[in-house]
Design a protein around this ligand. Structure first.
Ligand code: 6PG
Length: 450
């Protein structure tokens, strides 16, 4: 009975995680204010190992020590309030796990709060949506000490796995698991937008929904597919009594903030993640589409399918590399010792961005930095002509493809031997005496522009 997990939060994700534990013969004791919700969860379980209570004190006291309490509640204030409440009941060596979509700096704060009471805090990013939580999510775990072995075993048994290895990553620091999850979501935004840009092109090339579905299905044959590409292929085929569902959905994208936090974090570190910025902006911009009196003239385009496939691959790889470089940057700035191979393994199954690309990258020699592997640069170069062709087609057809173009600009911009920022520095110094550094000198000087 020692492995019992205490669970707070039985919304969609929490309930599915509870059922997943239960299936693996790990007892779950739930706290919820509603007896009815607890009963409904118990009824859904196929085993008899889910119990519950509406009394928080009873909940904590029933759990075997050291207690392992998983919070699956909305991030921010609700999580903080619950953690504060639990501080009155928990004892040294108990373990508090935050499995919500928490901002990683909040996890660091929660970790500090728990440490004062000698309670172990584990910040756990959970990916895979509803189905993942039920059948096997990817878990990104941040803790300041090695995680309790029994808990590790329980989490491994509910997670997805790839090559017989559970999709769990253990990272140093209370917030690091949630940092990895946040970046995962930033990449998720970019991948979703890249696919949507391809959808836009195919629509303009007069592909019908079935043909678009097939276009995405074909990626599997080339081992270049992903979970998001697969679900896109399914989405394009789905019909109801009024026809294809995709044609009935408003083109106004929402978000719950994780992509925004990725963008903000990279800005705070002064580190470029252009493909993710553009993906976030595209969602926001989709809600502001009615400024112009006249719409642009619709033009049919002629798209080269092979080039489009290569372009999607290029943009996805460029995005992934930007994300990996950011992880490397944070890891060295904050001394987190994050192992990129572990992140790739962590994301290879269960999570929303799982893909053939991640598996491919896992096989690449990453001894130094992700860009030092010949594979990345050569693959981007090999696909560059296709990308140029697709971008030209989109310019002619007045199609906006912000993530694809920013991925192209990022690669070309960082590969070029000339960069025009010398002029920016000169302008800043000219009007504001902001100083420049001359080639071959680290000294900042103000030049005489008169
Ligand atoms: C996952 C997802 C999941 C979710 C977020 C982001 O990994 O399972 O990333 O966390 O989709 O809620 O959703 P938004 O698109 O609303 O930001």
């Amino acid at each position: 009975m020692n492995e019992t997990i205490g669970l707070i939060g039985i919304g969609v994700m929490g309930s599915n995680i509870a059922l997943n534990f239960s299936d693996k013969n790990i007892p779950v004791h739930v706290f919820n204010k509603s007896k009815q919700k607890i009963n409904s969860l118990i009824n859904k379980g196929t085993n008899t190992n889910i119990t519950g209570t509406t009394d928080i004190e009873e909940f904590v006291n029933t759990l075997p020590k050291p207690r392992k309490i998983l919070m699956m509640i909305p991030s921010g204030k609700p999580t903080l309030d619950m953690a504060k409440k639990l501080m009155d009941y928990l004892e040294p060596n108990d373990i508090l796990i935050d499995g919500g979509n928490a901002y990683y700096l909040d996890s660091n704060k929660l970790g500090d709060m728990c440490a004062k009471k000698e309670i172990e805090f584990v910040g756990m990013g959970v990916s895979g949506g509803e189905e993942g939580a039920r059948k096997g999510p990817a878990l990104m775990i941040g803790a300041s000490k090695p995680v309790n072995e029994e808990l590790k075993k329980s989490l491994s048994s509910i997670s997805a796995s790839f090559n017989n290895k559970p999709s769990i990553g253990f990272y140093k620091g209370h917030g690091t698991g949630h940092f990895i999850k946040m970046l995962h979501n930033g990449i998720e935004y970019a991948e979703m937008q890249i696919i949507s840009e391809a959808f836009h092109m195919l629509k303009k090339a007069k592909f019908n929904n079935e043909q678009i579905s097939n276009f995405f299905k074909e990626f599997t044959k080339e081992n270049r597919s992903s979970y998001l590409i697969e679900i896109t292929s399914n989405i394009m085929q789905k019909k109801n009594e009024s026809g294809y569902i995709i044609d009935q959905i408003r083109s106004e994208a929402s978000h719950k903030g994780t992509g925004k936090l990725t963008v903000e974090t990279s800005l705070n570190y002064g580190f470029p993640l252009p493909s993710i910025y553009e993906a976030f902006n595209a969602r926001v911009e989709s809600n502001f589409q009615n400024w112009w009196k006249d719409k642009l003239e619709e033009k049919e385009i002629d798209i080269n399918i092979e080039f489009l496939r290569n372009t999607i691959y290029f943009a996805r790889l460029a995005t992934m590399v930007q994300g990996m470089l950011f992880i490397e940057h944070i890891s060295s700035t904050e001394n987190l010792e994050i192992n990129l191979k572990e992140v790739l393994q962590n994301w290879s199954a269960g999570c929303i961005i799982r893909s053939d690309l991640l598996k491919e990258l896992e096989g690449v020699n990453l001894s130094n930095t992700i860009t030092s592997s010949g594979f990345v640069q050569n693959t981007l170069l090999e696909n560059l002509d296709s990308v140029k062709n697709v971008i030209k087609t989109c310019i002619d057809g007045s199609i906006s493809i912000p993530v694809i173009t920013s991925s192209y600009n990022w690669f070309v911009g960082t590969s070029n031997s000339f960069n025009p920022s010398s002029l920016i520095q000169a302008q800043r110094d000219y009007f504001g005496a902001h100083q420049v550094q001359l080639n071959n000198s680290d000294e900042f000087i103000h030049l005489d522009w008169d």
